[in-house]
Design a protein around this ligand. Structure first.
Ligand code: GLA
Length: 397
């Protein structure tokens, strides 16, 4: 759901009320969220992922204010900020302002003299749900700064800069998937991305007979919490134990066969062994899933999605009771080809490939049974693969 002209005008009016008039003109940008179809927790091991942009995202209205103040407001969060150049440092707690601040910090580290800004954000990606609302804010900010300060960075560089902001400033040791997908997505496509080389291929997604339904467990999760960074560290441990013997420098290079043959090297670290098993098999699943989809074999694609969830739950330990309940209820409904958690896990959303003719049935059955089982209320989003970040023309107010 990209905003209509009327909604954009309302955001623009809010900008004027919040920041007042200025000689400089404001510009507008949009970046989507993303849903990952298969290949989770592989990106930071230099493996394969298959995400798509979604038709929900973040708008940014922005202008240079020539005052050396950095002013931030959002229609989604109550907190605002008005900071001087020397206050560009990490803000305590779960403060959304850290995302744009991290991006400004990255531009300044690259010698680009970003000075005062007025920024208003407005988005419709549910926060903390695994649909990359944070990468959306980072990338939309990076694109805007690139334009305002004439930095001339390529799209892939903007994605890398936004990832660096998340790692260095926010403190989450994430991979490149989210920022890359948000920056490079193409409508009606998902992208097969090699997270080591950044080579990618856009793959058309045909949603005539089957639809993508994202379901929010509404179990809130905190991504920068230590569990995600723990997984990154566990993968590193596995690589350290296996690397020399197997001649690999990234866990993403590990094949399931090589792991079977050398599992003894991780004999005293069953946790790292288990994490390595997920990484090796997940890359293999992505490798098989994409050609299956291209050949129209959605049954096979769905089975690989299911296997991906099961591996994330058992070997990688990033699922949760609500996620497992949602996945098993969806599978039992008889209307899905595949159901799995998407993104980091620890709560958040599942992604489901559902027969289009059964969508209403599917949603009402799953909603009822999920609440019955968990006491939580799920939200359903029928998503279409949306376009990547771009400039937006502001309608006249
Ligand atoms: C989060 C991270 C990504 C990726 C996913 C799991 O979304 O930001 O880099 O690791 O989790 O696939």
């Amino acid at each position: 759901m990209i905003h209509s002209d009327t909604e954009l005008q309302a955001i623009h009016r809010h900008f004027s009320r919040t920041f007042g008039d200025s000689a400089s003109k404001e510009l507008a940008f949009h970046a989507p969220g993303r849903v990952n179809l298969i290949g989770d927790h592989t990106d930071y091991t230099g493996g394969l992922v298959f995400p798509a942009g979604i038709d929900r995202g973040t708008y940014l209205i922005i202008r240079r204010n020539n005052t050396n103040r950095f002013r931030f407001a959002s229609l989604n969060f109550d907190s605002t900020a008005d900071l001087g150049i020397h206050d560009i440092s990490h803000k305590q707690g779960d403060n959304w302002v850290n995302y744009p601040l991290g991006v400004i910090d990255q531009f300044r580290q690259r010698g680009i003299d970003v000075d005062g800004l007025d920024c208003l954000y407005s988005g419709n990606i549910p926060n903390g749900a695994g649909l990359s609302s944070s990468a959306s804010i980072e990338v939309v900010t990076a694109l805007a700064l690139d334009t305002l300060f004439g930095a001339g960075l390529a799209r892939t560089e903007l994605a890398q800069l936004a990832q660096a902001a998340e790692k260095d400033f926010v403190g989450m040791q994430c991979g490149i998937m989210d920022q890359f997908a948000v920056a490079m997505a193409q409508a009606d496509h998902a992208m097969l991305l090699d997270c080591h080389t950044l080579a990618y291929r856009q793959v058309p997604i045909d949603l005539t007979r089957h639809s993508l339904v994202v379901i929010n467990t509404n179990q809130r999760r905190e991504l920068s919490g230590s569990a995600y960074n723990d997984r990154v560290a566990e993968c590193y441990r596995a690589l350290k134990a296996l690397g020399r013997t197997l001649g690999i420098t990234r866990l993403g290079e590990l094949s399931p066969e090589a792991l079977d043959a050398h599992a003894d090297l991780l004999g005293d670290d069953p946790v790292a062994l288990s994490r390595a098993r997920h990484i090796a098999t997940e890359n293999e699943r992505v490798r098989r899933a994409v050609p299956a989809l291209e050949a129209g074999d959605l049954e096979c694609f769905g089975q690989l999605m299911n296997a991906s969830h099961d591996s994330l739950a058992t070997h990688y330990d990033v699922s949760s009771e609500p996620l497992d309940a949602l996945v098993s209820i969806a599978r039992d409904s008889g209307h899905v080809l595949g159901a799995r958690l998407t993104g980091a896990g620890f709560g958040g959303c599942t992604v489901n490939v559902v027969a289009t003719e059964s969508l209403d049935d599917f949603e009402s059955t799953v909603k009822k049974r999920y609440t019955h089982t968990t006491g939580l209320v799920a939200d359903f989003y029928r998503v279409r693969p949306g376009a990547g970040a771009g400039a937006v023309t502001l309608p006249h107010t």
